[in-house]
Design a protein around this ligand. Sequence first.
Ligand SMILES: Cc1ncc(COP(=O)(O)O)c(C=O)c1O
Length: 381
Amino acid sequence: MAIAQPATRPANPRFSSGPCAKIPTFKLELLSDAALGRSHRAAVGKDKLKAAIEETRDILGIPADYKIGIVPASDTGAVEMAMWSLLGARKATMVAWESFGAGWVSDVVKQLKIDAEVKEAGYGEIVDMASIDYNTDVVFTWNGTTSGVRVANGDVIPADREGLTICDATSAAFAQDLPWGKLDVTTFSWQKVMGGEAAHGMLILSPRAVERLESYTPAWPLPKIFRMTKGGKLIDGIFTGATINTPSMLAVEDYLVALNWAREIGGLPALMARADANAKVIWDFCGQKDWVANLAVNDENRSNTSVCLKFTDDRIQDGAAFAKAVAKRLEKEGVALDIGAYRDAPAGLRIWCGATVETADVEALMPWLEWAFEAEIEAQA
Ligand SMILES: Cc1ncc(COP(=O)(O)O)c(C=O)c1O
């Protein structure tokens, strides 16, 4: 029998996995110091871009000898830039367990036509990261946003590897501990855990990645938007705030505001703790109910940002239609926006739990989830 509507609604129903909820204190006036209508090459613009780089370094604990660049085309731009500039010097291993990782595999195998070993796992599973030959260049996604499965830690990546590790960490950065010594290229975008605006990608290079850039020229042409070297030398300006092309100073300001919030609440440990607390609410809820489960098979690989759920009740007749109807019902009530599973993922829900989401809102959502589930079971009958 359908149950009564819960009394409490999440104060903020935004649980989208990107663009993600803005910081809890967000209001447009916070952006009033943006360098609008000014050149990004003027001191005021450049200083802000540089501050965005150095604040990122500080909060994420990125080593001083790593380069951090703000690049075009969001996370995709940063990953593509890295793959097209660095791969081809040695054999590659392409690793994927969900849609975005699969996209990188396809680019490398079908577009760049690089000699690559492909290692894939299905939704909910993960590739055994210990089975990889790290003397090849390895491309992988730290947190699979569309399956809710993440790498638990980087312990199996050898410090003395010969290949480069290229890691798409867009839904992990600022919520999960990234072992910088094990990562040669790391990418993310602003609209995920920090609730920033989609615009630019962050590209983080280890000294070994820089060495590769300066010693290897790919056999294929590179568009200007991807070029990080000139005359065999790294274009250092890209990593000090002189972007390749024009950035959005409004998006930059918004990112600076988010970084400032992160610092005020206690930096990376606080951001990670918020994501952990949010995800735990859902994990505990799944533990108490026999009709919903985490898509991630192993607990140690469960994402604390993109929590993906599947319905497991055998009364459900059409899994995809059922999950869509639940998401639609919650959206219609204004209690959860954008929580349908990713289009290529198995039927279910995906609830973003990154640092900008308030734990009280996730808590308030759980009874609604049960309400919508029961209502759809009844509607089916
Ligand atoms: C793991 C992963 N990689 C890449 C992307 C694409 O990011 P962007 O749209 O910032 O380029 C996403 C977006 O959700 C993602 O989750």
